[in-house]
Design a protein around this ligand. Structure first.
Ligand SMILES: Nc1ncnc2c1ncn2[C@@H]1O[C@H](COP(=O)(O)OP(=O)(O)OP(=O)(O)O)[C@@H](O)[C@H]1O
Length: 273
């Protein structure tokens, strides 16, 4: 049955016929993540296009987060997890011997479900944390990075007069935008977002959703969401996962209106999941 599997190549060539200007930033090839004897995701092929938002959707436990974390080697930090297959970032396999996982995570940053600013650091201190870690000390460079990253995260105007205030003095939505600014400060190429609005109120959710549309001018975005309406609002491409497999991938507008697979159709019409 493997010839029926939606491969990155088949999905890719079809999508690129629709828009030949698309540039592939990441290509996942046969990515499998095992937790002990159990597969979290199996043989996933998927293209991630540059400066687009790609949503990963599917019912709880289908492997969305597992796949997302495979993209920037986050599973290296989970002793029970083992990843096989390839993740090509601009053509280079991030799992190849000699590739530094810390550098991979600088290029492919991550924002988590719950806002997690460093609680003992100020707003400014949070944004520059990654830059300080790599030895950048010059105040003018750090100041510039703070203004740029906070502006990109649509937080600058709200905090520019209190950059030294504790990060925990911000609202939940502002804390999440601070975490986005922290991730952007090191100028990643890709930003992975794992249900970034699930802990936020509707107004903060909307401000993050509005932000994504602007952010994709600077960075490629992959977002896990269990909210199909959100995927429809924010994403250009969508991958539908079920039982650890990627069932279907395509432009969001097509996948939501004319899904090719009966299982995708059942999910998006609410008959399942
Ligand atoms: N650290 C782990 N150890 C063992 N099994 C795990 C681990 N993390 C996830 N799993 C299993 O892998 C499968 C996929 O989980 P995953 O969290 O990726 O799904 P998900 O689609 O993101 O779910 P949700 O929408 O509920 O967050 C599930 O069966 C889950 O129980």
């Amino acid at each position: 049955m493997s010839e029926l599997r939606p491969t990155a190549n088949s999905a890719q060539s079809e999508v690129m016929t629709l828009d030949p200007s698309l540039k592939t930033r990441i290509e996942a090839r046969r990515v499998t993540v095992m937790y002990g004897q159990k597969a979290g995701v199996k043989d996933v092929d998927m293209p991630i296009y540059a400066n687009k938002v790609t949503a990963l959707i599917g019912p709880s436990g289908c492997g969305k987060t597992t796949f997302l974390r495979a993209l920037n080697r986050m599973h290296d930090l989970t002793p029970s997890a083992r990843v096989t297959g390839e993740v090509l970032l601009d053509g280079i396999n991030v799992y190849a011997p000699g590739v530094d996982p810390v550098e991979v995570r600088r290029k492919i940053g991550m924002v988590f479900q719950k806002p997690n600013p460093f609680p003992t650091l100020s707003i400014y201190g949070n944004v520059v944390a990654g830059l300080r870690l790599v030895g950048i000390r010059k105040k003018s460079i750090l100041d510039e990075a703070v203004e740029r990253a906070l502006s990109q995260a649509a937080l600058w105007d709200e905090v520019k007069d209190r950059l030294n205030a504790p990060s925990m003095s911000l609202s939940g939505g502002q804390q999440q935008r601070l975490c986005i600014a922290r991730a952007l400060a090191v100028e990643p190429e890709v930003l992975l977002m794992d249900e970034p609005t699930s802990a936020l109120d509707p107004i903060s959710t909307q401000s993050i959703e509005d932000l994504l549309n602007e952010l994709k001018n600077h960075v490629t975005i992959v977002i896990v969401t269990h909210n199909m309406q959100q995927a429809g609002r924010v994403s250009d491409f969508t991958g539908y996962f079920l039982n650890g497999e990627m069932v279907e991938f395509g432009p969001t507008s097509l996948l939501f209106t004319t899904p090719k697979d009966k299982r995708t159709e059942a999910y998006i019409t609410g008959r399942f999941g």
